[in-house]
Design a protein around this ligand. Structure first.
Ligand code: UD1
Ligand code: UDP
Length: 378
């Protein structure tokens, strides 16, 4: 079975890690085997946005690196389509796997479907019901052309069934981001990056911000930074900055609203910016934080799994169960609401997480078993 896996952006790298491991285990135990072709589109290319994850998570070098880089949506997705189509025509994979909801996901799915190569979508069925989000378009279109839809939670099945996807294509397997988190908890625990920064357990907060609808809008970005500047008077906030956000902060003239982390022990509370950090360091920071502020998708689930309070700087989420059964609260980008909710959490008025079925670290194993059955390997 020749399986092409397409990755390109930061959150893709952690998601494929458990899948590659499960494939290795399958190959070691069975006579029919998977031949994997890992294709990196190059959507993310900075060391801190790509290579660091291959090092941290022992992901093998991609077989093919397309070097597409940044661009507008049409430009970036179009270049990926052209390059991926060429690769698929040459390599003739039996199945193309895509993960998540980034432009590389959609390009991989569309290029394959047009060549009549079946597509497997990992993290299928999630919906924010906000068609302004590029990720929502990527999710819906990818699911529409996929043959195997691997869902992380029951709600995702309901979404797909409501959209008319036949049930035989949908497999509720659990969440590969939870797999990789469980697998790396001990390593992350040993990092203790907060100690290197002179911070104590539960005595700081973590911030990530990169959604286009937040950071490309000067009013919204200003409002969020303003709120964080208020909150950081009480508790230091650590802000590994996504390159999109760094660019916008500079363009909009907001650099006076952040302090660069000096690289050693922090002496006073402030909003400390730094380059994006690797997976193990980030999980380490998250697990000791009193509070996390984010507009990321994945971090809403990670904080739930780690039982750390999370304020999500968005009005909608594709993970509604993190609100009802987890530690997540939607706060949007209104300054006063962010401050109010943060003070509540810091005063001890916080949510605690339930246990989610199938968050057991075995989603990737289930995915590989389903594919092997589907292809008639077992
Ligand atoms: C992308 C995904 C988003 C995901 C995020 C994860 C889409 C539509 N968006 O958003 O869903 O949550 O990745 O981090 O696919 N840049 C660099 N270096 C890099 C990568 C990007 O400087 O290595 C800068 C460039 O200026 C680029 C900008 O960041 O134009 C945005 O990058 P892009 O990949 O288009 O979107 P993200 O905001 O990263
Ligand atoms: N992450 C990381 N370093 C950082 C910020 C985030 O390793 O500086 C990890 C985080 O732990 C999570 C993933 O990146 O596993 C989330 O990716 P991102 O927020 O870029 O994308 P999204 O989940 O919003 O698509």
């Amino acid at each position: 079975m020749k399986l092409a896996i397409v990755v390109g952006a930061r959150p893709n790298f952690m998601k494929i890690t458990p899948i590659l491991k499960a494939i290795n285990r399958y190959n070691a135990a069975n006579r029919s085997t998977f031949h994997t072709l890992l294709i990196h589109t190059g959507q993310h290319y900075d060391y801190e946005m790509s290579k660091i994850f291959f090092e941290d998570l022992d992901i093998p070098e991609p077989h093919i690196y397309l070097g597409i880089g940044s661009g507008t949506h049409g430009e970036q997705t179009g270049k990926m389509l052209i390059a991926l189509e060429r690769v698929f025509m040459e390599q003739q994979p039996n199945l193309v796997m895509v993960v998540g909801d980034v432009n590389s996901t959609l390009a991989g799915a569309l290029a394959a479907a047009k060549l009549h190569i079946p597509v497997a979508h990992v993290e299928a069925g999630l919906r924010s019901f906000d068609m302004q989000m590029p990720e929502e378009l990527n999710r819906i279109l990818t699911d529409r052309v996929a043959e195997l839809l691997f869902t992380p939670v029951q709600e995702a099945n309901y979404n797909l069934i409501r959209e008319g996807v036949p049930e035989y294509k949908i497999f509720l397997v659990g969440d590969v981001m939870i797999d990789v988190l469980i697998d790396n908890l001990d390593k992350a625990r040993n990092r203790k990056i907060h100690h290197r920064m002179g911070l104590e357990h539960l005595q700081y907060g973590v911030v990530t911000l990169h959604r286009a609808e937040n950071v490309d809008n000067p009013e919204r970005l200003h409002s969020v930074l303003d709120a964080l500047n208020e909150i950081c008077k009480d508790i230091p906030l650590i802000f590994p900055i996504h390159p999109r956000t760094r660019k916008r902060i500079e363009e909009f003239g907001f650099t006076n609203m952040i302090n660069e982390w000096p690289g050693n022990r922090i002496k006073q509370p402030a909003l400390y910016a730094m380059k994006p950090i690797g997976y193990l360091d980030f999980i380490s920071l998250e697990m000791h934080a009193a509070i996390v502020f984010t507009d990321s998708g994945g971090i809403q689930k990670e904080t739930m799994m780690l039982n750390i309070p999370c304020l999500t700087l968005r009005n909608r989420t594709e993970y509604p169960f993190t609100l009802t059964r987890g530690t997540n609260t939607l706060v949007g980008t209104d300054k006063q609401l962010i401050i109010h909710e943060a003070h509540k959490v810091l005063a001890g008025n916080r949510k605690h997480a339930d246990i989610i079925p199938l968050w057991d670290g075995k989603a990737a194993t289930r995915i590989v078993d389903v594919i092997a059955n589907w292809y008639g390997m077992n």
